[in-house]
Design a binder for this molecule. Structure first.
Ligand SMILES: C[S@@+](CC[C@H](N)C(=O)[O-])C[C@H]1O[C@@H](n2cnc3c(N)ncnc32)[C@H](O)[C@@H]1O
Length: 219
């Protein structure tokens, strides 16, 4: 989903290189420990949109470092504004394409990847753009630690079915699957952090599909 261009948001990204990186050179590794000022575990959300989910997590988990990876600069600027307003030192914004994930994160550098309401790309000819296509899974496998986890949510049954199949073909293990996350047991519903899209779809009564998956141990 393309956001309307907001010059203030683009300018904010340019004014805060200490908090937001705008399409950094993929040939140069990013020193995340230096950027965060500590070496706490890192969790990444790919395609953060306006950042409701990742800013809420960052607020509730100061012991974890979070990276919002978002391809649209306007969206990155909107997330950055929330980070600055709320003083979230454990959140960094990376305005870049997830296709370059491995260039920006070292191997075994990340404990969790969140894919929330990723663009479904329903046409078969666009399959390679889906964030659960096998080439993306290969990238996630490289950056995740051995016990790292992918947490995926969507309103789109087609993308959900595709993702289950793609992850299964890749030999992944599922720790949790739900075809109606908002009507699971109370503790699951209470622990769930909503995204903007999730709120919109769930308030119309649409089911939210969710899965948590891990790669089999690396050799
Ligand atoms: C449908 S929106 C969902 C936003 C948010 N996660 C939510 O649930 O409300 C998908 C977001 O993913 C971003 N996106 C799509 N492809 C991406 C890619 N290859 N790398 C980084 N971000 C991407 C889009 O710019 C958009 O903001």
């Amino acid at each position: 989903m393309r956001l309307k261009n907001k010059p203030w948001a683009n300018d904010l990204v340019d004014q805060h290189p200490e908090s937001a990186l705008d399409r950094p050179d993929p040939s140069e590794k990013i020193d995340w420990a230096a950027r965060f000022g500590n070496d706490h575990p890192i969790e990444i959300e790919i395609g953060s949109g306006k950042g409701q989910f990742i800013t809420t997590l960052a607020k509730h988990h100061p012991e974890t470092n979070f990276v919002a990876m978002e391809i649209q600069k306007t969206a990155a600027g909107i997330i950055l504004k929330k980070k600055l307003d709320e003083g979230l030192d454990n959140l960094q914004i990376l305005c870049a394409d997830a296709a370059n994930l491995v260039a920006y994160f070292g191997e075994n550098s990340t404990s969790k990847i969140y894919l929330n309401f990723s663009d479904p790309w329903p046409k078969t000819r666009h399959e390679k753009r889906r964030l659960t296509y096998k080439s993306f899974l290969a990238e996630y496998q490289k950056v995740l630690t051995a016990d790292g986890m992918i947490e995926f949510k969507t309103d789109n049954s087609g993308l959900y079915a595709y993702s289950v199949q793609s992850m299964n073909n890749y030999g992944m293990h599922f720790d949790f699957v739900s075809v109606d996350l908002h009507h699971e047991k109370e503790e699951i519903v209470e622990a769930n952090v909503e995204t903007e899209y999730e709120h919109k779809f769930a308030s119309k009564g649409q089911p939210i599909y969710c899965l948590h998956a891990q790669f089999l141990p690396k050799n």
